[in-house]
Design a protein around this ligand. Structure first.
Ligand SMILES: Nc1nc2c(ncn2[C@@H]2O[C@H](COP(=O)(O)OP(=O)(O)OP(=O)(O)O)[C@@H](O)[C@H]2O)c(=O)[nH]1
Ligand SMILES: [Mg+2]
Ligand SMILES: [Zn+2]
Length: 357
């Protein structure tokens, strides 16, 4: 797509925004220097990014007398994007403020492209990606598979969590059971839970199993808006006050209640990241081979097609198609793969490519 040239007025506006941004960054740096000269900033220490609010981040102190306390911090302008779960080097300031000096190398990073082709981090240093689905809003297999491909690509094990089991009915039970069975048969951990069942000695349904899974790990809850990610976290952490939102009366979809990813500590030692619900999960940063490998059951068949450049459509002796015929690969997953592949190709054809940020 050819870019339209900006007219003078538009260019002036772009320059002005840029100038204002530069001025703000310079002012921030001056404020930081002033605080340092006044001896208001502590020595460098380690911290964790708990949440992100525009230019400011909530940092939890991991050492010193402030250990466990949360400071709202500025970031030095030379640090690239930070995300919930990042470990940082920072200095604490007066009144629970501070300055982030550097980012510690990440162990893992879940990211996705936004609508403009910028690759955005979702959460860092994560051990499990918990894909939350529910009978309402209705689950889309395509979205689950996209999350799984993203998880497989970065090497973070995905877990499929069916929440709101209290809403299972004679009508929706069968398709949802089939979906859960499919992921279980592929070797993925599945969990069923509800925050609205009558409590027994272990709390609501599935909560003790969920807690056991989350124990001593860092997990991020992802999925559509309204599936109950925040509700589950609220149930696990009753002493916190976490916002949950009703589904829309008309569409029975979520209302995008959580707006920024936030990290919580479990009393047992694990960490949990609540993330904002999404409509779609773009995968255009994923290569053709990565997409194929993102479907775990395809892996034994890769590289065995007659043609080296096989597109796994109607070619003769295609190992992937043969595996569909023999039942080793389900039609459902093959269709899902095709849909994702087409969507990625369509995005590329429209000139959308991903800029790593
Ligand atoms: N029946 C039933 N309703 C639930 C359950 N868990 C959550 N809900 C309801 O589902 C709605 C959405 O819950 P949230 O926790 O805000 O959903 P979310 O996934 O965090 O949504 P976003 O923050 O928008 O991404 C609320 O009205 C909850 O009360 C459950 O187990 N059973
Ligand atoms: Mg939420
Ligand atoms: Zn093939």
């Amino acid at each position: 797509m050819a870019k339209k040239k900006l007219n003078r007025r538009q260019q002036w506006r772009v320059d002005k925004v840029h100038e204002e941004r530069t001025n703000r960054a310079q002012k921030r740096e001056r404020d930081i220097s002033r605080q340092m000269q006044a001896g208001d900033l502590s020595e460098e220490q380690q911290g964790t990014v708990i949440a992100h609010f525009g230019q400011l981040l909530d940092i939890e102190a991991l050492e010193g007398e402030d250990k466990g306390k949360i400071h709202r911090c500025h970031v030095r302008s030379n640090i690239d994007s930070l995300v919930t779960g990042d470990k940082v080097i920072w200095r604490s300031g007066k009144d629970l403020t501070g300055v982030i000096e550097a980012r510690v190398e990440r162990e893992t990073l879940l990211q996705r492209p936004d609508n403009f082709g910028n690759l955005k981090p979702v959460a860092a240093n994560i051990d499990y990606i918990v894909i939350v689905i529910a009978p309402e809003p209705e689950p889309f297999q395509g979205l689950i598979d996209r999350y799984i491909v993203a998880a497989e690509t970065v090497g973070i094990p995905p877990v499929v969590l069916l929440n709101k089991t209290d809403l299972l009915t004679d009508e929706n039970r069968k398709p949802i059971d089939e979906m859960m069975d499919l992921y279980e048969s592929l070797g993925y951990q599945t969990i069923r839970a509800s925050v609205k069942t009558p409590k027994n000695e272990n709390g609501n349904e599935g909560m003790s199993e969920l807690l056991a899974w989350l124990d001593e790990h860092t997990s991020v809850f992802v999925g559509q808006s309204g599936v109950g990610k925040s509700s589950l976290i609220q149930e696990l952490l009753p002493e916190h006050d976490i916002r949950v939102g009703d589904l829309s009366e008309n569409t029975r979809k979520g209302t995008h209640t959580t707006t920024t990813a936030k990290l919580f500590h479990l009393p047992s030692g694990g960490d949990l990241v609540d993330s904002p619900g999404i409509r779609e999960f773009g995968l255009w940063h994923i290569g053709e081979q990565e997409l194929l490998e993102g479907f775990v059951e395809f892996r034994p068949h890769l590289g065995l097609c007659r043609f080296r450049d096989c597109r796994h459509q109607n070619e003769p002796k295609c190992a992937i198609n043969d595996a569909v015929i023999s039942g080793e690969i389900t039609e459902r997953r093959m269709n899902s793969y095709r849909r994702i592949k087409n969507a990625i190709e369509e995005q590329h054809a429209r000139g959308l490519t991903v800029r790593d940020k």
